[in-house]
Write a protein that binds this ligand. Structure first.
Ligand code: 2AM
Ligand code: CA
Length: 263
């Protein structure tokens, strides 16, 4: 990928402006709509931030395509060339109900390979960033490769949908096999916790490319494994059941548990 340094600087500038938009909104009345159901929300702020990124990308990189959660980007059916992947607010339920624990996420892929990834924890002012083959940072300070801690010695996060399933006890079995379960409700921030060694695994029930893109670049730079729950590689054009984990916890979870069968 060309112009890595320029892209990195611009993305960081844009993220801080977007974060101001999200924080300022707490003093305003915002519009909230249900997308697929009452737990899947979109606000006027998600749309405003996505629009802001799309305008910036179009100005600086007019020939490149954008895949955005709220649909104001391009219709993407292949990953040829450079594709920007945007989640304007990851953890919209947290944003609305808690005003905390939400993230802004951007990643840049070329021909399906992730080169740049950013997760910004707005309320903690923590920016996780990574450049392929150059490592990952937290607020510009390099992060160490994670230790390969096994499941029984670490904490895990499992998506609400899997953990509360009545049909299948597999997620709760994983919880019992670990040291404990900790849930945040933001795929990006849960992945960031695996990337900093605070969790050994995060399991997502049904994550879209914009929930995955940035965290995958960051976690792979730190020696973590990010795949579908059946062990196959992530499909960046569709929804995936996901696991990001230390190598040991990843192996144990995909071999011992039948989570990928769950709806
Ligand atoms: P979102 O807030 O950007 O929608 C919640 O467990 C995590 O799963 C969040 O990162 C959320 O991202 C993501 N997610 C993906 N699809 C979802 C859906 N249909 N409903 C709720 N959360 C979803
Ligand atoms: Ca979102």
């Amino acid at each position: 990928m060309n112009q890595i340094v320029k892209r990195d600087q611009l993305i960081k500038e844009w993220i801080y402006v977007a974060a101001d938009i999200s924080r300022t909104s707490f003093e305003q009345t915002i519009n909230i709509e249900e997308k697929t159901n009452r737990t899947d929300l979109v606000t006027s702020i998600d749309k405003e931030i996505e629009q802001y990124f799309i305008e910036k990308i179009a100005t600086h990189f007019p020939n490149e395509r954008v895949l955005g959660e709220e649909g104001s980007g391009h219709q993407i059916t292949d990953l040829k060339g450079v594709v920007w992947i945007i989640d304007p607010i990851d953890g919209t339920l947290n944003f609305v109900k808690q005003k905390n624990d939400f993230a802004i996420m951007i990643s840049v892929y070329e021909n399906g390979i992730g080169y740049l990834g950013y997760i910004y924890d707005v309320m903690k002012d923590e920016l996780y960033s990574a450049v392929k083959n150059q490592g990952a940072c937290l607020n510009e300070i390099p992060l160490k490769k994670v230790k390969d801690i096994p499941l029984r010695e670490g904490l895990v996060a499992v998506s609400h949908r899997l953990m509360s399933s009545e049909k299948n006890d597999e997620a709760r079995k994983i919880g019992r096999a670990s040291s404990g379960v900790r849930m945040v409700g933001s795929a990006g921030l849960e992945t960031a916790r695996v990337a900093t060694g605070r969790l050994v695994a995060y399991i997502g029930a049904s994550l879209a490319p914009w929930d995955i893109g940035a965290g995958k670049v960051i976690s792979e730079e730190l020696g973590l494994i990010y795949t579908q729950l059946n062990g196959e590689k992530i499909d960046m054009l569709h929804y995936n059941k996901t696991i990001v984990a230390t190598p040991s916890a990843h192996k144990e979870i995909i071999e011992k548990f039948k989570l990928d069968k769950e709806g």
